[in-house]
Design a protein around this ligand. Structure first.
Ligand SMILES: Nc1ncnc2c1ncn2[C@@H]1O[C@H](COP(=O)(O)OP(=O)(O)OP(=O)(O)O)[C@@H](O)[C@H]1O
Length: 243
């Protein structure tokens, strides 16, 4: 599977006053084309830090991040209004500032930078359909359930057809059935090679639909061995992931 996103020897230390917190210590991994990868780790393990570096939103202290072979932090690389480079979508679970905005227009917003209004709305409708949220085109954010909001957020994050979708704990607060739906959609989209996805989750069972699961702990990224025995999941972190 050719690599789409590659992190190579990425280090990041957060500093608060005199306290230095090594959050990422020489982290290397890749996400392949059409791959659905998930990283789990406890609260404060560094998942958001890792995802922001993978999105090119923050710079690592050391190491290299490439998307499709190109350096994500290279000066001159074109960025959009949301700060993301072309080719990356970020699932954001917050709604529009205007509470009366129909979801079709909300999903179309990221396209308006470059696409005429009518075409943006057409593509937004298609994105909502792909996210199984076609019925929500006229709905307003305050009317939606948490699960519907995630589906709309998924449509909005993918409306530009990014090569890579990033999502920080996208199923937080959802019930089992709703988590299944969201993770199933990501699995389908990646299986059909529409995009790759990298998500974070705080606990392991949520990510079983992913092609690849990694854990982040103490600054290190590990790839656990997974075995299913009946309903039980056995995980043994047994090797350091390398590109
Ligand atoms: N900008 C920052 N400055 C200083 N410390 C930070 C900064 N961002 C994160 N940290 C700290 O780095 C550690 C990792 O934070 P991060 O948000 O990446 O973890 P996380 O795994 O996403 O946590 P959660 O599951 O709670 O979202 C935490 O101890 C956090 O307090």
């Amino acid at each position: 599977m050719p690599a789409l996103l590659s992190l190579d020897g990425v280090c990041k230390t957060h500093r608060r006053g005199r306290h230095a917190n090594v959050v990422l210590d020489r982290v290397s991994f890749h996400v392949g084309v059409g791959e659905f990868a998930a990283i789990f780790g406890r609260r404060g393990a560094g998942k958001t830090t890792l995802l922001r570096i993978a999105a090119g939103l923050d710079a690592p202290d050391a190491g290299r991040v490439t998307l499709d072979g190109r350096d994500l932090l290279a000066t001159g690389r074109r960025r959009r209004l949301d700060g993301l480079p072309d080719g990356i979508g970020w699932l954001v679970r917050s709604g529009p500032l205007t509470r009366s905005m129909p979801m079709l227009d909300f999903v179309a917003m990221p396209l308006l930078e470059r696409v005429p209004h009518r075409e943006a709305r057409r593509r937004a409708g298609a994105a909502l359909e792909r996210a199984t949220a076609g019925a929500l085109v006229d709905a307003r954010w305050p009317e939606l359930s948490d699960a519907e909001r995630v589906l709309v957020a998924l449509a909005r994050a993918t409306v530009r057809r990014p090569a890579l979708l990033l999502a920080d704990d996208p199923t937080a607060g959802l019930g089992t059935r709703e988590r299944e739906i969201v993770l199933g959609l990501l699995r389908e989209a990646t299986d059909e090679n529409e995009m790759s996805a990298l998500i974070t989750v705080p606990a392991l069972p949520d990510v079983l639909r992913a092609h690849r699961v990694m854990s982040l702990s103490g600054g290190e990224l590990m790839e656990p061995t997974r075995q299913r025995t009946g309903d039980h999941l056995v995980v043994a972190a047994d090797r350091r992931e390398s590109v």
